[in-house]
Every structure is written in structure tokens, then in C-alpha cells.
Design a protein around this ligand. Sequence first.
Ligand code: NAD
Length: 447
Amino acid sequence: MDRVAVIGLGYAGLPFAVALAHRGFKVVGVDTDEEKVELINKGVSPVYEPALNDYLKGVLERGLFKATTSVAKAIEESDVVFVFVGTPTKADGSLDLTQLENASEDIGRALKDEGGYKLIVVRSTVLPGTTEGVVKRIIEERSGKICGRDFGLCMNPEFLREGKALYDIFNPARIVIGEYDKRSGDILESVYRRFHGEKMPPVIRTSIVNAELIKYAANAFLAMKVSFINLIARIAQRLPRGDVIEVASGIGLDPRIGRDFLDAGLGFGGSCLPKDLRALIKLAKSLGVDAKLLEAILEVNETQIDEALELLRRALGDLRGKRIAVLGLAFKPGTDDVRESQSIKLVKRLAKEGAVLHAHDPLALDAAKRVLQGIGNVAFFSDVYECARRCDAIVVATDWGDYRNLCFERLGETMARRVVIDCRHIIDAVKASKAGFKYYGLGIYTE
Ligand code: NAD
């Protein structure tokens, strides 16, 4: 079972495929996007992820990985098929299953002509009921084969973080295997035992529906921590000497709470937390379950940008015509992904208020230009100091390491006013103040 196919070579699928090959599996990656496949086969990752290019080149050189647009070819050359296609949400919050349905059709057609038993593993995030109700149904219809007899089926949620994808794939906190039957679960567990060797993480073997729900429950809980601390930040900011960072440390040391995901900021974004939360709310409602708690998480997130605007107004008054540098456009550091980025939403809100925007990001400028196309008065800069020139304020929106050591003397020389709004608590407030900046930290009381 060391011949593997990975269908969908995006932010999650490509690092997983490359990691499997790195550990000696023979991997065929599939994507419908010909341009992506071409790049990947040349050793260039179409998505940014630290170290991924080096690993990709390594496995290509060792002949352990190749990419193709043909599902049939990949299935012919593999025993286990991981499905990593996108599952975005539609405007009404429900999942858009087009990519998954197409991939299932392709797998079904390919299995029709196959003699041997294959294991299909759904790794895309899908709502409870989807793996059996959509993937299994379509594969059986198209192939004429029977799940459990001719092919196996698992739902195996992925928990990686973009920007730390390879680390998370090599060091997962747990592996959740939702199995259609024991045979399917045994095969998948053996793949992971081979992959992790001595360092095998805890494994949870469960039903497919539980595995599907575990992924949503995990993401909703993480989103809840973020919105919770953001709400506490709003309170702390309004209390003389209040400071959300100290409150987060004070509660985070309690092992029942934990410090992770308690960094106040502009709110959560990206391709997972917001969409998964919306989909879970929709599911809860369809089952007659009151989803107020989940809805409140989204509501806090959606209004968190107002907090940054409030700080800017306190510093600058009316924002019309004010020139503002927004540092960080990716939804978090370490990635070029701007999907549902709160910084992008901030730029849009500021533009709507009539501000003139200067935008900077170490990696995500191209992606940001695409999503901000047509939004008036936004200029893009690849140099932070150029970005800040003539501005009335700097807003640190994403916690890129690059922003930790900014030279405030140099920034101040060319700025119209010396104001910094630190939404991610990475600026040395003392250094900034020494250089004549008025410092505002989100969640921190300012006179
Ligand atoms: P993505 O959009 O970056 O990648 C999806 C890829 O699938 C694209 O390259 C697309 O061209 C390809 N594709 C679409 N239809 C296809 C088909 N029929 N056959 C072959 N390829 C096809 O998405 P992503 O961020 O990698 O997410 C993929 C899944 O993994 C989603 O369900 C997501 O919720 C889940 N997930 C993502 C992350 C993450 O951090 N990005 C983490 C955990 C889970």
C-alpha cells in the first residue's frame, strides 16, 4: 500500500502529497488545473508554503512524485487515493460540492476498469453525511462497484495550518480515521504507521459521520477562542490600564483553557474557519438545533474590524482623505493566501470611508491585487518604508515577522503623522514612542 494518489494539489493537498513522497511513498498527484500541474512537475509550487519548493524538488529528483491531470492514470498507479479538492461555501453558507462531485465522478469512472481493491480517503472538509451520501454514492453509480467489497472508504480530516503545513503533516496532534468498515480503517492506519514510524501520533478510529463532525467541531472551537479573546480585548481596551495580552496569559496558563488561539487581532480569516463555521451553522439549523453560540462567534468576527477603525478615528479623526499604510494582507503570516483575509476587509472598509490606502505584504501582494481590483485608491508596495511614505498612520494587520523590527526613526522621517495601530501586538511600543509615534494596541488601553 505504498502507491498513493492525491487528488487536488492546492494549499493542503500538495504539501501532503510531497510529504508522503518524502517518506518514500510513490505518489501521483492530480489536479484539473493544467498550469499548476506543469509548474509542479518543474519543481515550482504554485502555492507558497515554507520549504515546500525544496521538498518538491527533492521528491521529483528521487522519482517518487509526479503530477498529472488524469485521475484515471493516477488511480491505475495507486492503491490508496486521497481526495483533497476544495469545498468552498456558497453565499447562503452551504457547501459547494462541485469539485468533490467531479472528483468522485472521475474516481468512479476510473474504478470501473480496475480489477483490484482501492481505498478512497476523503480529506477535504465535508459536512456530516457527505462522504457516504455524495462520494460513495457517485463512485458506486459510476463504477458499478460496491463500497466495502470492491473498494474501501474513509473520511480522514486534515488539521494542518497554512504556513506550517509540512510541520503539521509530519507532527500531527492526532489522526482521525472515520472508517466505512474495519478493512478500510486498517489500511489507512497502516499507511500512517509507515509514514510516522516510531513517532506515530494518537489515532482515533471512529465512524465516518463522527470524523466529518470532528473537523467542524475543532474549527468552530478554535474560532470561538479567537472571538472570545477579541471580545475580551474590546473590554480591556476600554478599562484604564487594561491589556488583553496579560489577560490572555492569565487565562491561558490554565490547562483547561490553554494559551493557543488567544491572540487578539482583527479576527480569523482564511479558507477554513469562516467557511466551516458558516456550514456548521447551516447544518445545525437544518437539524432544528439552535446555533446562537456559533452565530455569535461569526458576529464578533465580522465586527472586529470596527475596533481597528475606531482606533484610527481616535488617532486621526475623520478618515476621509487620510493616507493609511496597511501592513500585512495575507490572512496570516507564512502564506500568500488572502482568502477571507480580515486585512483585505479592512482595506475595503477604509477605502469605502474615503481613505487613501497604501498596502504592503511580503508574499501576498499579487493575490491581494487580484481581490482588491476595482477598489479605489489603493496603491501596493513591496517595500515597507516606501509604503509608509506620506502616510498619516500605519496599521499592522498581519503578524509577519518582518514587521517586528521596523525602524521607527526611518519610518517617521517620511510619514505625514507618526501613528501606529498595532492589531497583532508585534510592535515594540516603547521603541515606537521613543521615535515620536503615538502607539495604539488593539485590546490595550490608550490614554
Ligand atoms: P485549494 O483550492 O487550494 O485546492 C484545491 C485544488 O483542487 C485546486 O488546485 C483545484 O484545481 C483542484 N481540483 C478541483 N477540482 C478537482 C478535480 N475534480 N480533480 C482534481 N483536482 C481538482 O483548497 P485547499 O485550501 O487545499 O483545501 C482543500 C480541502 O482541504 C478543503 O476541503 C479544505 O477545507 C480542506 N483543508 C484545507 C486546509 C488549508 O489550510 N488550506 C486545512 C485543512 C483542510
